[in-house]
Design a protein around this ligand. Sequence first.
Ligand code: GTP
Length: 437
Amino acid sequence: MFFFLFKVSANGNELISLLLLIPSKMKIPSLLLRFPHCYFSRRTCLTNFHFTSRADFSCIESLTPVHPYRAKWICSSNRLRRELCQQAAPDQQTEGLSDKEQRLVDRLYSGLIQGHRACLAEAITLVESTQSRKKKIAQVLLQKVLSYHREQEKLNQGKPLAFRVGLSGPPGAGKSTFIECFGKMLTERRYKVSVLAVDPSSSTSGGSLLGDKTRMTELSRDMNAYIRPSPTRGTLGGVTRTTNEAILLCEGGGYDVVLVETVGVGQSEFAVADMVDMFILLLPPAGGDELQGIKRGIIEMADLVAINKADGDLIVPARRIQAEYVSAMKLLRKRSKVWRPKVMRISAKTGEGISDMWDKMTEFRDLMLTSGELIAKRRKQQKVWMWNLIQENMLEHFRSHLAVKDKIPLLEEKVLSGVLSPGLAADLLLKAFKDGL
Ligand SMILES: Nc1nc2c(ncn2[C@@H]2O[C@H](COP(=O)(O)OP(=O)(O)OP(=O)(O)O)[C@@H](O)[C@H]2O)c(=O)[nH]1
């Protein structure tokens, strides 16, 4: 028997050292000597191993450090890895997968937790797939990543692995300029940042608000950043499912900040606000009529409003808009016991105010964490997510059900021409569905 004690980095993503208690007369297991990034020093019976590479012991990372962990030492690296990997993902659902599919899950999982961007990209493509077989594989992968999350959060004293931030604003507010500037500031501070752009417009209008032009060119070249142009196409339910799952995968990939960007002119930002820790609204220094497109409800959901372009000639209007929002937001219902939404002025072009904004964001995260509101919010979001998925799937099932499929166009027509009330038409369809079950 040996005893393990783990030490992880402050953000819980990196295993810094492993203390292994070995009886002093015993030789250091040769297996450990094989890891190039592992250094050790022997003091009587205490051996201290330092890992500078996450890859070397990624599977050991998943063990619980809450108390010194007792584990059986197995002198065969394969057996050791297998045993540790099994502990890392105890409840993975591997049934029903072929060997090839299982190998795909294993490859993506280990690549993902080792921080390989290509594996993250492939994993997101998998969760976006609408093909039923791929959906099944994606769920197995997600289940594994979720187990990894749970273990990592335990290692991190229950703190979430990443800071999930939603960013919304009307077209032209300067979202991409902001993300480029903000993302670069974070990567310079050694954070890993991922950006997921939600663009439901591509399904409704055929065009794309976010995806068509080259955006955030510098940040996309940064090795500590990962930008996913448009993780979703399709319904709002699609936004919920794939974006939520993409967030989880980014967290599994070791990203400290996951930024979800959406254009604030539709419904998707409401869905996004329901899946992030902090929701930020980015506005140009324009008021009233110019912001007609922006939904009022979004302002109520914002934890922070950033008035962008506060530079040059626009400083004065930016100040005015800031004052307007400060007074307007005072009237809003209080959503948190520890946080009042803030209104700040920034310039994504000059970088002015961006660092202060990050300070405010971390202040928000810390206050929400210590008060327990952040964890409560995440739990509530999980439930909302589950019901959104049920709603989406039920509706799909309903629409395609044989008992109602053919009746829908006719009843829709009757409602449109005023022959039938919407309520009656809905009752008729629901009855047909129930009878057909
Ligand atoms: N003066 C000034 N101009 C800015 C600032 N940030 C962005 N802009 C300009 O505003 C315009 C729109 O910026 P984008 O970053 O493309 O805006 P966006 O919100 O991403 O726009 P969409 O992609 O259409 O949603 C560009 O011409 C930018 O150069 C700023 O802080 N100050």
